[in-house]
Design a protein around this ligand. Structure first.
Ligand code: FAD
Length: 374
């Protein structure tokens, strides 16, 4: 069995650690902050999970991720995936809606069509405008992101993994006998294999080995207070949703956090992950308020909660899962590009296979490093 370091205890790292520890390896997870901290990308109550993509490649891949989420829920003994259904909409003739329908049909994912009148009957707090229509995917919903990370770490520990928190890795040094991790404390740790799942810090950590063209961006979201009973925004009457024309999206009220979460999947300002502007500004809130006024009747402009988070964008928005060039003992997963949480369990599974030179049963050339560094 191998000594393996998993660098980063976010969505990907926690999942990779669980698989590797379950397979009997001697796993150490090294994390610069505390578990489930809010300075990376995986903290919070909710991330949308859906098979609805404009690109059937991701729809098919989600088909592989769903059973792994089910398995994680079973092993953790807690509900992590709220199956609320999802409404994905835009102007009826929008090319993305046509692509979505094609991807869902090609992959045998059931869906229903909703026009504004049907939407008003079923989801009175979500208004489609005249000329808009939507696709309702029953199997969509949201993942309790922080709880997923914690569950993975707990299960990894139960399988023997060690978790070293408040431990900053400053560099990796491949040597003939293994890989040395240089810690900021001055200590060195030796491993046979390393999985790098450092989210927004990945490019900086690996720039000695490979020029990763990732851009880290500042993203924001708000929870708004309902003017009506919060139950009217509850999951029985209000699904997760994405407006594919404008890239606004949101979640039902779930009782675990105040208000109703609304966000904008518009790539924010580039930032250094260690110098992020964490303060919220009116300019962060205003686009969300304007959107709510149009599409979410009954939601007030009053903010109940707000947060800054980070995306790590790759140039083509595809992920990277690969070995470092010329160094098969180091596996890298990164560039999750603002849509990766739903895949973290699968990416952790794949990283664990790749770290141990096992065959991945799907064609994933699209996630190669070479496509970005050629
Ligand atoms: C506002 C927002 C909304 C999103 N919505 C969705 C959504 O609805 N659906 C969806 O699927 N995805 C969504 N995403 C994307 C998704 O959350 C991220 O892609 C995913 O969480 C990235 O996980 P990660 O493990 O790569 O990174 P992280 O969670 O950031 O983990 C990286 C970890 O590595 C640690 N680390 C880094 N460098 C070092 C070092 N040198 N030494 C020690 N530790 C280190 C960090 O501290 C961190 O804990 C959203 C993201 C944001 C920000």
């Amino acid at each position: 069995m191998a000594r393996i370091a998993v660098l980063g205890a976010g969505g990907v790292g926690s999942a990779a650690a669980r698989f590797l520890a379950r397979e009997g390896h001697e796993v150490t997870v090294v994390e610069q902050f505390e578990p489930d901290h809010d300075r990376g990308s995986s903290y919070g109550t909710s991330r949308i999970i859906r098979k609805t993509y404009t690109d059937g490649f991701y729809t098919a891949l989600m088909g592989q991720a769903y059973p792994l989420w089910d398995e994680l829920e079973r092993e953790a003994g807690e509900r992590l995936f709220e199956r609320t259904g999802g409404l994905f909409f835009g102007p009826t003739d929008h090319p993305e809606l046509a692509a979505i329908r094609r991807a869902l049909k090609d992959n045998g994912v059931p869906f229903e069509e909703l026009d504004p009148a049907a939407c008003a009957r079923r989801f009175p707090r979500l208004r489609l405008l005249p000329g808009e229509s939507g696709v309702f995917e029953r199997e969509a919903g949201f993942l309790r992101a922080s709880a997923c990370v914690r569950a993975n770490l707990r299960l990894a520990a139960a399988h023997g993994a060690r978790l070293r928190t408040r431990t900053l890795v400053e560099g990796l040094e491949p040597r003939p006998g293994g890989i040395t991790l240089a810690l900021a404390s001055g200590e060195s740790l030796e491993f046979d294999r390393v999985v790098v799942a450092a989210g927004p810090w990945t490019a900086r950590l690996l720039d000695r080995f490979v020029p990763l063209p990732f851009t880290v961006t500042r993203q924001t979201y708000c929870h708004f207070e309902p003017e009506v009973s919060a139950a009217e925004f509850g999951a029985e009457q209000f699904p997760v949703w994405i407006d594919f024309a404008t890239n606004f999206y949101g979640f039902p009220y779930d009782g675990q956090a105040p208000g109703v979460k609304v966000a904008w999947h518009e790539t924010g300002a580039p930032t250094d992950p260690d110098r992020v502007e964490r303060e919220f500004h009116e300019s962060d809130r205003e686009p969300l308020r304007r959107y709510c006024a149009q599409h979410l009747p009954g939601l007030s402009p009053r903010v109940a909660f707000e947060k800054v988070c980070l995306y790590t964008m790759s140039p083509d928005h595809d992920f990277v899962v690969d070995h470092l060039p010329g160094e098969p003992r180091v596996t890298l997963v990164g560039g999750l590009s603002g849509h990766g949480f739903k895949f973290t369990v699968l990416l952790g599974r794949i990283a664990a296979w790749r770290a141990m030179d096992q065959k991945v049963p799907w064609e994933l050339a699209r996630f190669s490093l070479a496509r970005l560094t050629r």
